[in-house]
Design a protein around this ligand. Structure first.
Ligand SMILES: O=P(O)(O)OC[C@H]1O[C@H](OP(=O)(O)OP(=O)(O)O)[C@H](O)[C@@H]1O
Ligand SMILES: O=c1[nH]c(=O)c2nc[nH]c2[nH]1
Ligand SMILES: [Mg+2]
Length: 169
């Protein structure tokens, strides 16, 4: 188990996510022809759907993995367990876009890159530790930032910034 310490919150809304995913689609279209998309579950599924629509790709597969345990009250991962692959993909990934929502420590990226060494690994967000493992990403955030994706959030009371360090520990 690896312990993580996150000091900052980076909430991302649906519109911002959509804009970033479309920016990624532009970048990938510029890089050539693709045979399909492989989404890393679960975070890669939404970006995969947006890429597929923008890039006119119908061939979509998944690598199904379990890694983080979200164990504290605020949904921030306190620990990352061993990575378990529930379902892989045949082949070496040639001509395929391997997509995830973000790369953090790089543990997931390292694992899936070993499984599909020829795939083009793309994410919307990257933290410095994982950045070298990504072929194309859109936005970098600092290592001590926790990104909050729209599918993990709902409209609720917003705690003033000055009080948040107590919450994040
Ligand atoms: O670079 P790493 O430190 O490995 O972290 C990145 C991974 O963590 C998150 O997935 P998570 O395990 O939370 O599962 P989920 O996609 O099912 O929400 C994210 O979607 C990446 O897949
Ligand atoms: O929702 C998430 N936000 C993050 O910053 C992160 N890092 C690893 N796994 C993550 N999941
Ligand atoms: Mg994930």
């Amino acid at each position: 188990m690896t312990e993580h310490h996150y000091r900052m919150d980076f909430p991302v809304g649906w519109e911002e996510l959509h804009r970033n995913a479309r920016a990624l689609a532009w970048r990938l279209l510029d890089k050539g022809q693709w045979n399909g998309i492989i989404a890393i579950t679960r975070g890669g599924l939404v970006p995969a759907a947006i890429l597929a629509r923008e890039m006119d790709i119908r061939m979509i597969d998944t690598i199904c993995v379990v890694s983080y345990q979200k164990s504290d009250t605020y949904g921030t991962a306190a620990a990352q367990g061993d990575l378990t692959v529930l379902k892989g993909v045949a082949g070496d990934g040639e001509g395929m876009i391997l997509i995830d929502d973000l790369v953090d420590t790089g543990k997931t990226a390292r694992h899936v890159r070993e499984m599909l060494p020829k795939a083009h690994f793309a994410t919307l967000y990257a933290k410095p530790a994982g950045k070298p493992l990504v072929d194309t990403f859109i936005t970098e955030v600092s290592q001590d930032t926790w990104i909050r994706f729209p599918w993990d959030m709902e409209h609720t009371f917003s705690t003033p910034l000055a009080e948040r360090p107590k919450m994040l520990g």
